[in-house]
Design a protein around this ligand. Sequence first.
Ligand code: FAD
Length: 525
Amino acid sequence: MKKIRSVVVVGGGTAGWITAGRIAALQKKRLGKSQNATDKAVQVLLVESANKPPIGVGEGTWPTMRNTLRQLDIRESDFIKHCDATFKQGAKFSGWVTGKQDDYYYHPLVLPQDFSQVDIAPYWLWQKQQQQTESFSKAVCFQEYLCEQNQAPKNIRTPEYAGIANYAYHLNSEKFSRFLQQHCMEHLDVKHLVGDVTGVQSQPNGDIESLVISGQEAPLAGDLFIDCTGFSSILLGKHFNVPLTSCEDVLFADTALATRVNYDSSDAPIATHTNATAQNAGWIWDIGLQTRRGIGYVYSSKHSSEEAALAELLRYTGGQVNEADVRKIPINSGYRQTFWKNNCVAVGLSAGFIEPLEASALVLVELSASMIAEQFPATRELMDIVAKRFNDTFSYRWQRIVDFLKLHYVLTKRQDTAFWKDNQDMTSVPESLQELLQLWRYHSPRDYDFTSNNEVFPAASWQYVLFGMGFEADYSHTYNPDSYSSNMANQAMMKNKGMVDRCVAQLPKHRELIDKIHQYGLQSI
Ligand SMILES: Cc1cc2nc3c(=O)[nH]c(=O)nc-3n(C[C@H](O)[C@H](O)[C@H](O)COP(=O)(O)OP(=O)(O)OC[C@H]3O[C@@H](n4cnc5c(N)ncnc54)[C@H](O)[C@@H]3O)c2cc1C
């Protein structure tokens, strides 16, 4: 029974540091500080190249990041101050349905009012069919009002990581990886080595025995190797030759043009949601940090030339950036056929990447790191069992994310460009999503529609996008507007109106809160 005593993480982007930190932090919590604990502890070492900087994009997160930071014993105020971070309360999708001026919907992070007790959707749909009514997200959730008025999800007296409204973060990705590095090295005893991995030495069973590192005489041995080398995927992709399952026939975006824009003044409002604005061949993200906005156009090169895409991006920024400030990033849309092979597991971009709509990349890093830490195999023999479970879990999660992202496209009514027309072609829609859409013509999305407890997006998220995109459904055969459930739904909608009044009156402006946190910090828990 060979014990797993040393972990080598290759890559010092957010994936590498989150994974190293999660493993080290959980070990520390479980073992404590005694000499006996030191003997039992697994050594975590992270090696990164000085010549290949982390990708430096990836600014939108999920509410899960609050728990990840807490698990790493990081103070929220420190994180906000050092990573230029702001609060994210959802995403606003503009121009995705008709492309007209008034076309937008929200995917907020707060669940519909009383979601665990009543499904408001059939009642809302019935009201909509009777008369003009407000949008789904406004009728069932107060968060859109906060976003529209740039109001924060909490105030300076709310303890760290607690919220009056649910929230995630927008952050500066470069600062975040450096911040994590410092924390992991100073507080979690993660060792750090700078050098390029230039070769792999294998054991007879195919396991990695050690890595050849530039500038190091002796190869670096380990029991478990975690490939966080970004798009290079030098261990899982290059050494083990695990191919990508391509998603390019479903999600067409294959190129990103990324840039940054300064605020007009130091007191300019900071948006508290990601703006995702549809364009001719894709969409533009717009993310407000404390000191600047991160903006980028994700588009399909089969549907637009680079010149045309660049022109659209520059037009969006209102002439505030020029061509030299724009960085092109090719996207090879897909995920690995297997993520854990022998004694090597890939996390982050090396495991796969699809367009950053709904910020699903970092949450997959968090989920992967958490599963590796929680299910850490005690011996080499157990590793194959853990690996199988990991592979099943994450193949499923990737498929669900692909379906959810495609939902944002397939329901469009836009006919103005080939990109939007091609997205409505049912041959580009996975069967699993087609099935769900069929179901939802007769009932609104519910957690029972999903067969696994490894769902990434809850039924509420599917509802927000489905009804935000104007999905046409008729629930009248199973629904009576005079019923007990309708009464409950009506009460929930009234409660939501009360929440709107209370939150809008009480919560500070987003910038005001961020500035105060920089000055005073939040109350620690
Ligand atoms: C355009 C775009 C927008 C995105 N937006 C979002 C978003 O809003 N939300 C979100 O969740 N995610 C987003 N992502 C994804 C997000 O950026 C990544 O998931 C995240 O940054 C993690 O990256 P990584 O650590 O896997 O890779 P990287 O940051 O690329 O790090 C790779 C590391 O590997 C090291 N390395 C490489 N080769 C070697 C070698 N031979 N030897 C030693 N070290 C090596 C490098 O030095 C580096 O440290 C976006 C991605 C793109 C492309």
